[in-house]
Write a protein that binds this ligand. Sequence first.
Ligand SMILES: Cc1cc2nc3c(=O)[nH]c(=O)nc-3n(C[C@H](O)[C@H](O)[C@H](O)COP(=O)(O)OP(=O)(O)OC[C@H]3O[C@@H](n4cnc5c(N)ncnc54)[C@H](O)[C@@H]3O)c2cc1C
Length: 569
Amino acid sequence: MKIVIVGGVAAGMSAATRLRRLAEDAEIVVIEAGDHVSYANCGLPYYAGGVIEDRDALLLQTPESLASRFRLDVRVRNRVTAVDSVAHKLTVHDLGTGDEYAESYDRLVLSPGGRPIVPRVPGIERALVLRDVADADRLVAAIDGVGDGGPARTAVVIGGGFVGLEVVENLIRRGLAVTLVELADQVLAPLDPELAVRVRDELVAHGVDVRTSAQVSALTSSTATIADAAGVEVDKVRADLVVAAVGVRPDTELAAMAGAELGPRGGVLVDEDLRTSVPDVFAVGDAAIKRDALAAPGEPEPFALIPLANLANRHGRHVADVILGRTGMRPSVGTAVVGVFGLTAASAGRNEKRLRAEGRPYRAIHTHPSQHAGYYPGASPLALKLLVDPGTDLILGAQAVGRDGVDKRIDVLATAMAGGLTASGLADLELAYAPAYGSAKDPVNMLGYVADNLRTGDTRSVQWHELDRLVRDGATLVDVRTPAEHTRGTVELTLDGAPSRARNVPLDELRARADDEIPVGAPVVVHCQAGQRGHTAARLLTQLGYDVRNLDGGYLTWRDGTRATVADG
Ligand SMILES: Cc1cc2nc3c(=O)[nH]c(=O)nc-3n(C[C@H](O)[C@H](O)[C@H](O)COP(=O)(O)OP(=O)(O)OC[C@H]3O[C@@H](n4cnc5c(N)ncnc54)[C@H](O)[C@@H]3O)c2cc1C
């Protein structure tokens, strides 16, 4: 069997090497338009920033190494320009010689990835993108100012997603003054605003000029004009270099040429075994749609576009299995992580914004534990969020931000989602513990406790953005922290133009003071710093006959949520 793979990086090369491991007799041809195969595109921002010093470290394999170890026929600087899926033939343009030739296939795997989206604004031609090694070379040259007289001092990065933030961090590392321009009202769209605001704070603390609800409306050779979300010009900033990092669009050109059906939101439509609608043609990686593990039951088009490396590699392995007669790939939840100046942000599955937009019921849980035992040196806080299906108790999404221990928690939660574990079931996970690594009740277990308390009705919670309405409707707000904590910062609402503060009754005095100080008959909302003491207070008051809710995530989540509203407009 002759298998031709178009695109020789994450998905394509995973497919090629897996095919060889399973089928020594197959003829395997990999055609790659760029100069390199199997390069570490995820490392490119760090090469630009000088963290990865050796450019060769990005080049994980070469055509020669792949030929000797895997007997692959790898052709770099060769671009497939046409597909005849009836004749099972490709037209290939050899970019080195300029020759064109035909290549036949028995099975065709399309893994051309996604093309960077470039906003359409005057002067955008000068904006750099970051997709391959050649792009990274161009970015490094622009930073160094090669042939241009002096290094770059200022940069504008368009797009505050994962790649945009990595580029920002690395430009700061190289000493540039950076303006980050993001059209949405927050950075890092996979997070909800009350978590994303922490990432924004970190950027600002490192000197990044963060502009949200903003767009670049024009570029000159040395400036960028910034407009608000409506397109009204608000500012002009210096920009020795500009990087556009606003996402990728699946490259579907060859698939369309082959006659393959495309997905509703772009991306090559594939079945669960990565077959396109055209016989013997498969599509994998960023170019292909993914099966959405979190689609609501009965959703007619349970597809997602998730341009991430783990999925591309899994696609590659899976398509090799399918071509050789094996099946079975798990749908995707979308799990991602990014580091920004030592702060880590990660997410898996749906966020609250998306669930709300889909009109799906959910329960949100916020916690603020330390990443390991508080008494052990180096404890630092995490902000965790869990989204739960109230009907099934299944986990719909998770988010985490913190300095340490974020990736471990998100990976455990993503694993729980893949395994179909319920949110309450997290309480029962046996997780490794010693004081330097976690807590005997790990933050993941704690999420399970909260979920279980909500599921059983032992606690009822209120979200930070619901507080105003409840208090306006007559609820009494009680802060059960210590007076010192209360003085340091407290929930302050504005009701009918007048400030309204929580009443401070510390938890340890609540039993004695409740009768005198908390009116019976009206609902009560209790809050503490992070939600845990609030839960104890809610249990106590409930048993005393009050109608009580606990402010989910406590003062910290309320503070972050309201701050996000102000900071991001
Ligand atoms: C800067 C950067 C940082 C990233 N960081 C992360 C990260 O930290 N974590 C993460 O999960 N993901 C990350 N990603 C995303 C991840 O790299 C992609 O999801 C993954 O590489 C997709 O693999 P792929 O094989 O589908 O496509 P690609 O890796 O894009 O490879 C496609 C290849 O196909 C070639 N090609 C296209 N058309 C043709 C043609 N007609 N003929 C021949 N060859 C063709 C292209 O030249 C390209 O080399 C990052 C991406 C970038 C660009």
